[in-house]
Write a protein that binds this ligand. Structure first.
Ligand SMILES: C[S@@+](CC[C@H](N)C(=O)[O-])C[C@H]1O[C@@H](n2cnc3c(N)ncnc32)[C@H](O)[C@@H]1O
Length: 573
């Protein structure tokens, strides 16, 4: 019989390992679950009951019936504005745009920004005005309630929905949809939904939409992000290309981190039948609009091998739950079978149809080694470290960057770039995949274990030591190390974590001033902010050369969710 010890017990991910879309915590992959059917009113009703036990309305929130100016209550100190570019800030900016900036400023001045015009649990009917960048519908509160927004997950623009208020925050309340009264028949088709937890789980927002609609919405997110955060005039932002579709739109996710809590103190072992899941035990991901864990048996956007192992581990956890003294965050990583000799795999003749290249396993040890092919390149990395989570679309992203760089026209004075700098390089994805187009390549990364992997990956992919080097450290340190790289023949790839680049990095980049910058990001809002800084800073310099944002395009690394990866290219003129 398997024991609790057989189940991997992982620590929470560190900041530097954060990948892909994370909104509140650096644990991106918290897809959430509930045992009810997909987005039916009944299901939502049930979820709400569960949710209402845990969602605490804002402490300070007092019902604010009536108009803006009449706030007799003693003013309390309001929380500071959300961190710029955070998910909360993006939503707040979208709410400001919807309600009107002047109106929001007036309400804020009069102390009403945290005084919702609703009671917790109140039901009402709203009409959705638009879909926010986080994927939720945003509605105006009924007129008699004053200026206030209602954010409704899983509701689409043009729909009317009966909703129940579950939370309130600055200038908005969050409401669970109980019933979609008028559907947006053009966009919504609930038969597309492939997950029984959809509508309750916080992982996916878009399963009821066609692939095309999802791609269009993601393009809109990029447009809005550059409008709000780049601070560039419209004329400086190019036409944004259509979002590149992921070949796999389900079963694509190669890493998940479900979690569960230890038994509550009041739970008694002798009251739980062996092998039966007690109602208080939830193993899974976070629910939408809440931090509570939902019990989830499988996740259809994740690869089959992850689901298979997760399901079997769940049985062991249930069986042995009383042996856990702490909550646990699990990790499941899809990998090519690492028992094959990687050097042999990559020595010609390479047989990509052999078992070594096709047999997948699930790695659960954070420190274990995982590997996967991206196009013709093999990458090994720490299973708990950073690697992109959708392998099916990665070759398209890498090819796109390669083609952009190689097909561009370069000034006769400098000619085609010969040097590449990959900043925030992880296990060397861009440095190694693009190396063949350059004479010299350098990469930098904070995580020492990722740098170790990058060095090994360069060898595995037969890139000579004289050509490629990797440095571990803060991204900005690379500029001191590549002093011999000719700036007018250098491409710098930037692929930072969600928080984007810090000032020191941008300052050093601008000092180095490479001919081309490719900025890739899973957070288009910090990308827009940083690209704006790069362009505007060079504009300040009357004499000097300036960066122009030449192309901008989204990649659907996260189908069924509202997240988008975006690639921007800047050229120096
Ligand atoms: C989004 S990942 C990109 C990794 C790689 N480009 C890829 O696609 O696989 C961001 C990487 O930046 C690293 N990182 C975070 N902060 C950093 C810093 N200040 N300097 C250098 N690297 C950093 C993280 O460890 C992570 O590997």
């Amino acid at each position: 019989m398997s024991t609790a010890a057989a189940i991997p017990q992982s620590r929470p991910l560190s900041d530097s390992e954060v990948e892909g879309p994370v909104l509140k915590k650096p644990r991106l992959d918290k897809e959430i679950l509930v045992e009810e059917k997909a987005a039916t009113p009944d299901a939502l009703e049930t979820v709400l009951k569960e949710d209402s036990e845990v969602v605490v309305p804002l402490e300070d929130a007092q019902p604010r019936h009536g108009k803006v100016a009449k706030h007799k209550k003693k003013k309390r100190k309001e929380p500071p504005l959300p961190e710029p570019c955070s998910a909360a800030d993006v939503l707040y900016q979208e709410i400001r745009a919807l309600l009107g900036e002047d109106v929001v400023d007036e309400v804020t001045k009069s102390g009403g920004a945290f005084q919702p015009p609703f009671e917790y649990g109140e039901e009402l009917v709203v009409k959705i005005e638009n879909i926010g960048s986080g994927g939720s519908g945003i509605a105006l509160a009924p007129q008699e309630k004053g200026p206030w927004a209602v954010v409704v997950p899983f509701a689409l623009s043009g729909e009317t929905a009966r909703v129940r208020i579950v939370k309130s925050d600055r200038m908005h309340s969050i409401a669970t949809p109980l019933e979609i009264l008028t559907k947006n028949a053009e966009l919504r088709n609930d038969s597309r939904v492939q997950c029984k937890y959809f509508g309750s789980c916080g992982g996916c927002q878009y399963q009821m939409l066609s692939g095309e609609t999802q791609l269009n919405l993601k393009r809109d997110v990029i447009i809005r992000a550059f409008k709000i955060y780049s601070k560039l005039p419209e004329s400086s932002v190019p036409e944004i290309g259509s979002t590149v579709e992921s070949p796999l739109v389900y079963a694509y996710r190669t890493k998940i981190t479900p979690h569960f809590e230890r038994p509550p103190k009041w739970a008694k072992k002798n009251e739980v039948k062996p092998g039966e899941q007690p109602p208080w035990l939830k193993i899974g991901f976070n629910m939408t609009s809440s931090n509570s864990t939902m019990d989830i048996e499988e996740c259809p956007i994740s690869t089959p091998i992850l689901n298979e192992r997760y399901k079997s581990d769940r049985k062991d956890i249930i069986q042995n739950i009383f042996s856990y003294k702490k909550g646990v965050s699990l990790m499941y990583r899809d990998s090519l079978d690492p028992s094959f000799d990687a050097e042999k795999m990559m020595s010609p003749p390479i047989d990509k149809l052999s078992e070594a290249f096709t047999r997948h396993v699930c790695i659960t040890d954070q420190k274990g080694s995982a590997r996967e092919m991206v196009g013709d390149y093999l990458f090994e990395y720490n299973a708990g470290g950073f690697f992109q989570n959708n392998n099916s679309v990665l070759p398209l992203l890498v090819d796109y960057v390669r083609d952009l760089i190689s097909t561009m026209e370069y000034p006769a004075t400098s000619g085609h770039p010969t040097h590449l700098v990959d900043t925030y390089c992880g296990a060397g994805l861009f440095a190694i995949s693009l190396a063949s187009a350059f004479n010299k390549v350098a990469g930098i990364e904070l995580s020492q274990s990722s740098i170790k992997s990058a060095k090994r990956n360069a060898k595995l992919n037969s890139i000579p030591d004289e050509k490629i080097s990797f440095l571990s450290g803060e991204a900005q340190n690379i500029f001191a190390a590549v002093k011999d790289f000719p700036a007018d023949k250098t491409v710098v790839v930037i692929d930072p974590p969600r928080k984007g680049c810090d000032d020191l990095f941008l300052k050093q980049l601008l000092q180095f001033r490479p001919s081309t910058v490719v900025y890739i990001s899973c957070n288009v809002h910090t990308q827009a902010r940083d690209v704006g800084v790069i362009v505007r800073e060079t504009e300040k310099d009357d004499e000097g050369r300036r960066y122009k944002l030449e192309s901008l395009r989204g990649f659907d690394l996260f189908p069924q969710t509202a997240h988008v990866e975006s690639a921007a290219l800047l050229r120096l003129y």
